[in-house]
Design a protein around this ligand. Sequence first.
Ligand code: ASP
Length: 316
Amino acid sequence: MQKISIAIHGGAGTILKEDMTPALEEAYRHGLSEALQAGYAVLENGGTAINSVKAAVVVLEDNPLFNAGKGSVFTKKGLNEMDAAIMDGSTLEAGAIAGVRNIRNPVELAEEVMLHSGHVFLSGKGANDFAIRQGIKLESDDYFYSQYRYDQWREIRDSDLYQLDHKNDKLVGLLKGKKFGTVGAVACDGDGNIAAATSTGGMTNKRFGRIGDSPMIGIGTYANNKTCAISCTGHGEIFIKAVAAYDVSCLMEYKNMSLQHACEEVVLKKLVVLNGEGGLIGMDAKGNAALVFNSAGMYRGLKNSDGQNEVAIYGD
Ligand code: ASP
C-alpha cells in the first residue's frame, strides 16, 4: 500500500498569538486533532479519500469554533446560509451546494448532490428541498446560534460592512473584523486516489445571496488524480477572480511544477498581487501535502503514514 495522508484547515486570517488565550488555543488544537484523527482513521482502515475528507469536515462542521455547519456566521438578515463542496479526484465527480439553511452537515449534502442529483451544483431552496427528499439531517435555527457569532454580526448588521473570518483592513475597504473560519480537507488513500472537501458559513453580514469561493469547483475546491486535491480559505471574491484551486492544478499539469511550488505560486504570488488574503491545502496522488498561506496564520493539520502528525495555527 502506498503512503496515506490527510491535511485539513479551519480557516486562515489574522490569527495572532496575542489575541488568543491558552484555553482557546487548546480548544482549537483539540478540534483540529479530532478532525485529523477522524479523517485518518478512514484511510487507515482502507477507506477512500472521499470518505476521509468527508469524515474530517463533518467533525469540523460539528465544532462551533469553526465557521461551518454549527459555527456558521450570520447573514445580513440574521440567518445562517452555508456553502460546501466535495470532489473525487479519481472520477472528477463533484457535488456542491450554496446558500442552504438548517443543514447539519453541508458536506454530506454536497456528497448527496454528487451521488444522487444528476447535477453538480444546487443552491438555496432547491438544494434544501433536495436535502429533505434525500433524508439529510436537519437542525432548527437554534442549533446554529451562538452568542459569539451573534455579537460578531450585531456589531455590523446596520452597516454595509461585511466581515470575513479573515481580516486585513488595510487591504479591503469593506471588510471588518478578524475572526476565523471555513473548513476543508484533502486526502490521499492507499490506492493513490485523492479528494477534497470544503465547507463554510461564508462572511458575516453577507447579502443578496452572496456565494464565496468554497463551493465553486475549480475555485475553492478541486480534485484530480492527475495533479492535486485542493481546499481553499480566504477572501472568496479574490479567490474566484484568481480561479485559485484549478490554477494550482494547471501549473502542475502544464508547467510540471511540484505541488508545493504550484501552491506557493498561487498563494504567495498571484493572490498577493490581487490583495487576496488566505491560504490553501493541497495533496497529490503520492501523498505529498502542501499547506500554504499568505496571512498571519491558518488553522491546519497534517497526518500521514510516514509518521507526521501535527496541528498548527500561526506562521513560523
Ligand atoms: N472563502 C470563504 C468565503 O469567501 C471564507 C473563508 O475562507 O473564511 O466564503
